[in-house]
Structure formats: structure tokens, C-alpha cells
Design a protein around this ligand. Structure first.
Ligand code: SAM
Length: 213
């Protein structure tokens, strides 16, 4: 998702109390920042943030950080965020490759990847958020028992991920090619893309994975 440039987006983000402005300074100090020892869960590529904001409302005892690399997209999330009274969710405008500059080892308990860009061409495979390059990043910030949850409508990306994840030394602990009609559906929170694609009749794929250590 890349919206056209929105005038003033950078300024609005720079002034927002919901965006961590200097996330590198919080590396290793996120629990202090949230003021509690609750688990920290992050969504990489949160888009407009519907999913992670709903989770934060449902689970006040969990801390959430939404990551989005485009200002124009993040800005849309901020408008919704301002309507909510929550102290357990913040956003960052960074690229996922920078996550190790922002989180220390073992600082994150769970990573959500929802409807990540498919990058269908082979030569772009390393840009996929489930490629070994990104998995190595997640490995450096996740707790030993931490998990990844990945949802997509894109069957090719899903099949690729079912291979790339074990190849990188992770274990796929559950998966389905039709989430909404599976036993993994319980408690599912829909993302923006998920709402759109399932309304079009597309089945949604989901997997969970943890490090095979
Ligand atoms: N997760 C949302 C959903 O399911 O509705 C948005 C899905 S959208 C297709 C993917 C989002 O991931 C885009 O907003 C894109 O900018 C963001 N994204 C892609 N690669 C990223 C990266 N390397 N770091 C941070 N965000 C990224």
C-alpha cells in the first residue's frame, strides 16, 4: 500500500504523541517506556492500523507497536488513533530492516505480518517480509519462545513462506489455506486487507511459526 504523497504528512507525524519519534533511543528500554512488564507485540507493515488498534483495545495488558514505512499510510492510522484512549499502543515510521536498531534481543514477544506485499518477481524475493533476510532480523529481537503470525490472501507468497520459514531454521507450528473456515479462526481479528479480500470471496491463509531452537 502506498498512498499518494500527502502534504504535511511528515510534519503531522513528527508532532504526533502516538508516534515514537526517536525509537532507537528506546532500544532495550521499551518496558520502561510503557511503564510495565507486559509483553510487547509488533505488527510489521500495519497499514492504517485497524488490526493492531483493535488488539490494543481488546488486550490492555499487552503492549503494541505498529510499524509502517510510509508516512502517507501511517497518517491515516493516526486519525483513527486520536479517537481512542489507549496507553498500550504506539507507532513508528521505520522500515522493518531497521528493527534491530530499535529493539534489543528478546524484547519482542510476537510479530504480526499481515497481507505483506507479495513481491511476485523472483528477483524481488528478498524484499518479502518472510524472506531469510527479514527472518534473521526477527530472530534478533524475538524472545526464545516468541512467535510470528502471518496472514495473506496471496497463495504464492504463502507457499513461498511455508518453505522459506523452515529453511531459515524456524518451525511452522500451524497453518491453513482457509483461515475463516478453519479451527484457527477463533479470536481472529480482521485487518483492512483481510476485510476487503474476504468480501471478494478470496480465502485467507495463515501460519504461525516459532524458532526451532
Ligand atoms: N497490514 C495491513 C492490512 O493487512 O490491512 C496493511 C497491508 S499492506 C498490503 C502492507 C503494508 O506494509 C504497506 O502499508 C507497506 O507500506 C508496509 N510495508 C511493506 N514493507 C515494509 C517494510 N519493509 N517495513 C515497514 N512497512 C512495510
Amino acid at each position: 500500500m502506498r498512498l499518494r504523497h500527502i502534504k504535511g504528512a511528515e510534519e503531522e507525524i513528527a508532532e504526533s504523541p502516538y508516534v515514537v519519534q526517536d525509537p532507537q533511543s528506546l532500544k532495550g528500554r521499551w518496558h520502561e517506556f510503557f511503564g510495565n512488564d507486559n509483553p510487547i507485540r509488533i505488527e510489521v507493515g500495519m497499514g492504517k492500523g485497524k488490526f493492531i488498534m483493535e488488539l490494543a483495545q481488546m488486550n490492555p495488558d499487552i503492549n503494541y507497536v505498529g510499524i509502517e514505512r510510509y508516512s502517507s499510510v501511517l497518517l491515516r492510522g493516526l486519525q483513527k488513533r486520536a479517537e481512542l484512549e489507549l496507553s498500550n499502543i504506539y507507532f513508528m515510521r521505520i522500515d522493518a530492516l531497521e528493527l534491530t536498531e530499535v529493539f534489543a534481543e528478546n524484547e519482542v514477544e510476537r510479530i504480526y505480518l499481515n497481507f505483506s506485499d507479495p513481491w511476485p518477481k523472483d528477483r524481488h524475493a528478498k524484499r518479502r517480509l518472510t524472506s531469510d533476510r527479514f527472518l534473521a532480523v526477527y530472530d534478533r529481537i524475538l524472545q526464545p519462545d516468541g512467535i510470528i503470525e502471518f496472514k495473506t490472501d496471496n497463495q504464492d507468497l504463502f507457499r513461498y513462506s511455508l518453505e522459506s520459514i523452515p529453511e531459515a531454521g524456524w518451525q511452522v507450528t500451524s497453518h491453513t489455506f482457509d483461515l475463516h473456515h478453519s479451527d484457527m479462526a477463533e479470536g481472529n481479528v480482521m485487518t483492512e486487507y483481510e476485510t476487503k479480500f474476504s468480501a471478494e470471496g478470496k480465502p485467507i491463509c495463515k501460519l504461525t511459526a516459532r524458532r526451532d531452537k
